[in-house]
Design a protein around this ligand. Structure first.
Ligand SMILES: NC(=O)c1ccc[n+]([C@@H]2O[C@H](COP(=O)([O-])OP(=O)(O)OC[C@H]3O[C@@H](n4cnc5c(N)ncnc54)[C@H](OP(=O)(O)O)[C@@H]3O)[C@@H](O)[C@H]2O)c1
Length: 249
């Protein structure tokens, strides 16, 4: 028996990085997994990698039409959800003096609006007693230069876990956040960092981390599995920091 045998999960942004590692682990633990992302080719590759327990549904989490289509598609298949991992997100850099309206919308539409309406549109499909996990970041509590819009967005995400845990009390749905530290994923090149910059950033982060290294997507996936499974049955409205101690020391 896997930890998620008989359960059904949606993982947004499941075609890459932390989302893909989590979708794989969920499937290994016996769950049926629906993954989303904007890039159809990457979705197809991820579904192949995860195996027969996975289905890809293309969509942009900042687009309410796409989220409605996701909910309708799942409803048409008769899907009842046990787990939602609202993971899709990304950040780009700009110091406050250079934050444009476009930058603001890009960050908040994906990381905040996307999380709000992913959860809202999927809630009717969710079983009472289910588990929602929101992907925040250590930036929710730690200032970093040129990253304030992303930090603000992730602070909102962390706090949604508090408010929604209260809202969903009548349905016994637990809502928790996970806050990864530095985990090198394709997301870093997607925001325009080259290989040398990524290496330099990873080395500098590792040097400041008690564990002496950056994290792996699979290590975040294990924390998400804990929050998704019954092993965390009395953990609610919490934020699980998984950063090797980077933000805490
Ligand atoms: N890696 C880290 O160091 C780190 C640290 C803290 C928090 N996080 C958070 O972890 C989450 C996953 O990031 P990652 O590092 O795994 O990056 P990644 O490898 O780039 O994965 C991001 C995923 O989100 C999807 N996505 C992005 N924007 C989307 C949108 N508007 N609609 C639908 N899907 C979208 C991407 O797919 P498409 O491009 O196909 O849409 C991709 O599957 C993000 O929320 C990120 O903020 C990461």
């Amino acid at each position: 028996m896997g930890k998620l045998t008989g359960k059904t999960a949606v993982v947004t942004g499941g075609n890459s990085g932390i989302g893909l590692a989590t979708a794989k682990l969920f499937a290994q633990e016996g769950a049926q997994v629906f993954i989303t992302g904007r890039r159809q080719e990457a979705l197809n590759a991820a579904v192949k990698e995860i195996g027969h327990a996975a289905t890809g549904i293309q969509g942009d989490v900042s687009n309410l039409g796409d989220l409605a289509r996701l909910a309708e598609g799942l409803t048409a298949k008769g899907v009842v959800l046990d787990i939602i991992f609202a993971n899709a997100g990304s950040g780009t850099f700009a110091p406050i003096a250079d934050v444009s309206e476009e930058h603001y919308h890009k960050i908040f539409d994906t990381n905040v609006k996307g999380v709000v309406f992913t959860v809202q549109k999927l809630l009717p499909l969710m079983k009472d007693g289910g588990s929602i996990i929101l992907n925040s970041s250590i930036t929710e509590s730690k200032g970093m230069d040129s990253f304030s819009m992303y930090s603000g967005a992730k602070a909102a995400v962390r706090n949604f876990a508090r408010g929604w845990a209260a809202d969903l009390k009548p349905r016994r749905i637990r809502v928790n956040a996970v806050s990864p530290g530095v985990v090198i994923t394709p997301g870093y090149s997607a925001i325009g960092m080259n290989d040398d910059q990524i290496k330099e950033y990873a080395a500098a982060s590792a040097a400041k981390t008690p564990s002496g290294r950056t994290g792996e997507p699979e290590e975040i996936a294990k924390a998400v599995l804990f929050l998704a499974s019954d092993e965390s049955s009395f953990v609610n409205a919490e934020n699980l920091v998984v950063d090797g101690g980077f933000s805490l020391v």
